[in-house]
Design a protein around this ligand. Structure first.
Ligand code: AP5
Ligand code: MG
Length: 186
């Protein structure tokens, strides 16, 4: 199963991803987690990415696409994967389509987690990651609205988009997610 997980900052992608990968036995590919690991290890990519992440801006497409292209070659990806936070721009989505086509594969489903902005602020304010200060959260939301939301239409046109209400308990939301994903499980 190959899944793209889309949702604004704080929607609960990472929280639901933990449950999804456990149930469906697929790899979890979170570009945010990969960038934070690179930042903490002070690799050249990590050092460059940090300036964008700290400002709540998207890291340049070329860096992200290279990271994902390499990651998709790892053996664990052959059993399927959940892309959490990628793609986030149209060029990233097009690059992903090209990578999949080159492998003779395709996405099964694009899952959108829908949460209103007021709720996102409350969730992120209570977490305390380095990019969870109010002004950075605001910029992350702008980046989502301007650069990532257009992907919803891109995937809707391909008939791949399924939206799930992201308000409720973690368990309630996971039941909605399962209802969407179960038909694609082998
Ligand atoms: P990334 O790490 O992807 O962050 P994000 O999209 O901003 O989202 P978060 O990880 O903050 O939220 P989430 O949806 O995973 O929610 P979570 O489960 O944690 O990206 C970070 C940065 O990296 C970007 O700003 C960018 O700079 C860069 N980047 C990454 N990918 C990129 C790409 N493809 N291109 C360019 N740049 C890229 O939950 C949030 C909180 O809510 C938690 O405290 C959680 O406990 C709580 N919570 C979860 N579910 C519920 C619930 N149902 N009810 C109440 N609280 C809940
Ligand atoms: Mg996350």
């Amino acid at each position: 199963m190959r899944i793209v997980f889309i949702g604004p900052p704080g929607a609960g992608k990472g929280t639901q991803a933990e449950r999804i990968i456990e149930k469906y036995r697929i790899a979890h590919l979170s570009t945010g987690d990969m960038l934070r690991a690179a930042r903490d290890a002070k690799t050249p990519v990590g050092v460059e990415a940090e300036t964008y992440m700290a400002a709540g801006e998207l890291v340049p497409d070329a860096i992200i696409i290279a990271i994902i292209a390499e990651r998709l070659e790892q053996p664990d990806c052959q059993y399927g994967y959940l892309l959490d936070g990628f793609p986030r721009t149209l060029p990233q989505a097009e690059a992903l389509d090209a990578m999949l086509a080159a492998k003779g594969t395709a996405l099964d489903v694009v899952l959108e987690l829908n949460v209103p902005e007021e709720e996102l602020f409350q969730r992120l304010a209570g977490r305390g990651r380095a990019d969870d200060q109010p002004d950075v959260i605001r910029q992350r939301l702008v980046a989502y609205r301007e650069q990532t939301e257009p992907l919803l239409q891109y995937y809707r046109q391909q008939g791949l988009l399924k939206s799930v209400d992201g308000i409720g308990t973690v368990e309630e939301i996971f039941h909605r997610v399962e209802a969407v994903l179960d038909p694609y499980a082998c």
